[in-house]
Design a binder for this molecule. Structure first.
Ligand SMILES: Nc1nc2c(ncn2[C@@H]2O[C@H](COP(=O)(O)OP(=O)(O)OP(=O)(O)O)[C@@H](O)[C@H]2O)c(=O)[nH]1
Ligand SMILES: [Mg+2]
Length: 360
């Protein structure tokens, strides 16, 4: 009887013991790690004493979607806030392949050689899909990754630019409390992410490469207007003369823009992230800007405005998220989308119905 049962394809035979998929020691380590999750106060203390592991952990909390983590993250940010703000925040943008990662490696190493502590963060809502830039950066920022005075964190993932940008904005506070005095925020030169980065930095750097005399084509006017400096990268080898020509063209073009509120006249320079030629000039330009903007208090005023802006942005972001993820709204939104498409109802009336339903 027993034999017959074992032969049936419908019964289970007594199999061999499954090997353990995880060793006991590893399991214990993981358990201990989980149990030892530091409290918010412990995290704040460690971050403020310069502990990069605590900094990473706290940023992970900021990036989490777990409500408990977010509460803890807010506590940590609040605790770190009095120790933040003492830094310079630099935004770097440029189209894919222009050399942002290579430039940040060279520029970051130059800054650490001057005794600065450099944190590199990113706003790149596409990186969560492709993961491309993260992989690339591990190899392109080889030296900076190893540098004790540097901290590199790839872009947070998220569905919306607003969400990703907010996480980066909050991470800046933690990096500053951890003692990083130069914060570099990288973003890809496509879409709206530049505007978000521009609203969280003191200085905005646009990286370009020289083309064949058509420099100004294909560059968004808005991005050029935001730039405090345009750096023409890859000015090495055969490219040097082209880069110089591009510098003249950009200089001419920048004069056509209205004067900046800061009183700063944007500068154009050339560099090579590979030969390191011109890297220090970029820092000299930024230093000159800081000196000017701090003296005429534009620096301080802009930071205050930015803080207010981020408060409002966070409210907007959260109101939107709550609305769109509300269990009653999701199906109602779908049916109204169809109704609007089929001209059964006007877009405004449909919006009104949805909003009224939400406020009920
Ligand atoms: N000759 C020369 N090549 C450079 C220079 N800077 C970067 N490159 C090369 O340009 C290519 C792209 O550089 P990345 O630093 O990956 O460019 P990126 O802007 O970070 O690109 P994405 O991450 O894709 O947006 C690499 O092959 C680099 O070696 C430079 O100053 N001179
Ligand atoms: Mg890159």
């Amino acid at each position: 009887m027993e034999d017959k049962k074992n032969k049936s394809a419908l019964s289970e035979i007594n199999g061999v013991n499954q090997p353990e998929s995880i060793s006991n020691t590893v399991a214990k380590n993981i358990q201990q790690f989980r149990r030892k999750q530091p409290s918010a106060t412990e995290l704040i203390d460690s971050i403020c004493s310069g502990d990069k592991i605590a900094l990473s952990r706290a940023i992970t909390l900021i990036e989490s979607t777990n409500v408990n983590h977010l509460t803890k993250a807010n506590e940590v940010i609040q605790g770190c806030l009095p120790f933040a703000n003492k830094s310079v925040r630099i935004g770097i943008t440029g189209v894919p392949g222009v050399g942002k990662s290579t430039f940040i490696e060279a520029f970051g190493k130059h800054l650490t050689s001057l005794g600065k502590k450099v944190a590199v963060l990113a706003v790149d809502p596409s990186s969560s899909i492709s993961n491309g830039s993260i992989l690339g950066d591990k190899t392109r920022m080889e030296e900076l990754v190893k540098d004790e005075n540097a901290f590199i964190r790839p872009s947070a993932s998220g569905d919306s630019l607003g969400g990703v940008a907010r996480k980066t904005r909050e991470s800046i506070i933690l990096c500053e409390a951890c003692g990083f005095d130069t914060i570099i925020i990288e973003t890809v030169g496509v879409g709206q992410s530049e505007t978000a980065v521009h609203s969280m930095v003191d200085f905005f750097l646009l990286l370009k490469i020289a083309g064949a005399g058509d420099e100004l084509q294909g560059i968004k006017r808005g991005i050029m207007e935001m730039a405090d400096t345009i750096v023409i990268n890859k000015a090495d080898g055969d490219n040097i003369s082209k880069a110089k020509l591009a510098k003249t063209e950009f200089n001419r073009a920048l004069h056509l823009f209205p004067a900046k509120k800061s009183g700063w006249v944007p500068k154009v320079t050339t560099c090579s992230a590979i030969t390191k030629e011109g890297i220090d000039d970029v820092w000299q330009i930024i230093s000159a800007y800081l000196e000017m903007a701090k003296a005429n208090v534009y620096f301080q005023v802009k930071r205050k405005e930015q803080s207010q802006f981020w408060m409002l942005e966070t409210i907007n972001e959260q109101l939107k998220t709550r609305f769109y993820s509300h269990p009653d709204i999701i199906p109602l939104l779908e049916s109204n989308k169809k109704a609007v498409q089929n001209n059964v109802i006007s877009p405004f009336a449909a919006a009104q119905i949805l909003l009224e339903h939400y406020y009920k």
